[in-house]
Design a protein around this ligand. Structure first.
Ligand code: ATP
Ligand code: ATP
Ligand code: MG
Ligand code: MG
Lengths: 256, 256
């Protein structure tokens, strides 16, 4: 199972949109995909049509209760081939609960080891922070996919994120690689977006995916129908671009 | 001094953009304004033209070192009337450092008490989370201003945020009120934005500001010049709308 963390501490750069739509696109390629909602907001679950008020265990329970294996919190979604480990609001308190554990960075990694190869891919939607939850996701992953909005503030945080990836690689997970940087909210109409694209490609070169995700209202509409854009509007630009990204991620080498 | 926290755990809804431009708009009304960058990303500092690599103390030092009063970390910005307490990356570790303190929710409130009425207004730019830092901001504030993007995911988190505000009001800061909900990224062109606007006004009524902030590329360009939109492009829609918001916030009653 290839595990990919979708992470960036900058808020609103498209982490959840990427997790949900990439999962649906991989399923179209007949892969079995596990999506883990690692954000207490629970938006990946919503985007996959899951009703947050559903009772039952979530990823929080598997993290904090050794009696509950992760397989018991995984549910089917309406998309054939996509499975979900939902989050809930309790997840926002888990960082203090885990902080005292001896191997607190490896909790998720140990849970995923139980799954063996029951899935082809696992995508982890991270919250907009670099706390212990995101650290757990990076330690558990083979690759990290970094959505980057083509705006000015988005560039500033990348240095810090890459430093964090280096630290994780050095101390906890030597195999961690960067799957790539995904440019999001691209608008060729604005000088700002074109400028930031150019700067990111000049600065990070090969690390930036060829596929870019343009601003497309269909991507923002789909979650209100509890669907991925792939099923909500298959012909939209958003759907085509996430299908293209799935090809690039699955066939490509990690960028670094 | 009226203290307003700009908060919402949803990432990318316009917290920093609102803090920076509202501060500049208040300064135009001849108010003395203190902006506190309470997000380790340091974007409010960037938006106010502050160079993050500047040495010197920041809000982290005042929070963790009793010898350093907040007045020693406050600097002038290029905007007359706007002052800044910058953040730095150390701020991301402060939650664990403060967690063991007996009155850990009141640390910022105690710091601001030292300032008396040296400023008319204080705006606190919060990070996209509901952790101890944001809790400190809510406990230190008279009002909380909530930017809400007119997208589907944005609606979901509001219930949780309002519950958190109620808890803070009940246990730590009975005077805390909601300044209002500010609709951001408004686009009358899209059905989604119009739909979400309607839902928010129906559901939250008076709590929603009359002023709305439309999507406007000038707002995203201004930070790359290290300026607020008020000085970057005074005639832009973004500048006019933030000037209008400043009037509404300053003259209005808090919404609840
Ligand atoms: N390419 C796009 N075009 C238009 N809207 C988009 C696009 N990508 C995402 N969106 C919308 O923009 C908002 C932000 O995206 P999203 O919530 O996926 O970001 P995020 O990084 O997961 O945010 P957070 O930091 O809060 O977790 C959402 O309302 C989403 O529907
Ligand atoms: N009305 C607007 N029109 C166009 N762009 C905007 C608007 N408001 C904010 N932006 C841009 O959208 C991005 C997100 O805004 P901003 O960074 O202020 O949100 P935030 O809530 O502070 O994010 P975070 O959760 O990461 O702190 C920024 O690049 C900003 O320049
Ligand atoms: Mg998200
Ligand atoms: Mg911000």
């Amino acid at each position: 199972m290839k595990v990919i963390a979708v992470a960036n501490q900058k808020g609103g750069c498209g982490k959840t949109t990427t997790t949900v739509n990439l999962a649906a696109a991989f399923a179209r390629m007949n892969k079995r995909v596990l999506a883990i909602d690692f954000d207490p907001q629970g938006h990946a679950a919503l985007g996959l049509g899951y009703n947050l008020s559903d009772a039952g265990h979530g990823i929080y329970d598997a993290l904090t209760n050794m009696q509950i294996p992760i397989s018991r919190v995984i549910r089917r979604t309406y998309i054939p081939g996509v499975y979900l480990a939902p989050s809930n609001i309790l997840l926002s308190g888990v960082e203090t609960e885990l902080a005292m554990r001896p191997s607190r960075e490896y909790v998720l990694r140990q849970l995923l080891a139980d799954l063996g190869d029951s899935y082809d891919l696992c995508l982890i939607d991270c919250s907009p922070s670099l706390g212990l939850l995101t650290l757990n996701a990076l330690v558990a992953s083979d690759e990290v996919l970094i959505p980057v909005q083509t705006h000015y503030y988005a560039i500033e945080g990348l240095k810090q994120l890459l430093e964090t990836v280096d630290i994780v690689k050095g101390r906890f997970n030597p195999a961690l690689q960067i799957s790539g940087m995904l440019l999001t909210f691209v608008e060729n109409r604005t000088l700002l977006s074109r400028d930031v694209q150019r700067q990111l490609r000049e600065y990070f070169g090969e690390m930036v995916f060829d596929t870019m995700i343009h601003r497309n209202v269909r991507l923002a509409e789909a979650p209100s129908a509890g669907e991925s854009v792939i099923t909500y509007d298959e012909k939209s630009r958003g759907a085509r671009e996430y299908m293209q990204l799935a090809e690039e991620v699955f066939n490509g080498q990690a960028k670094s």
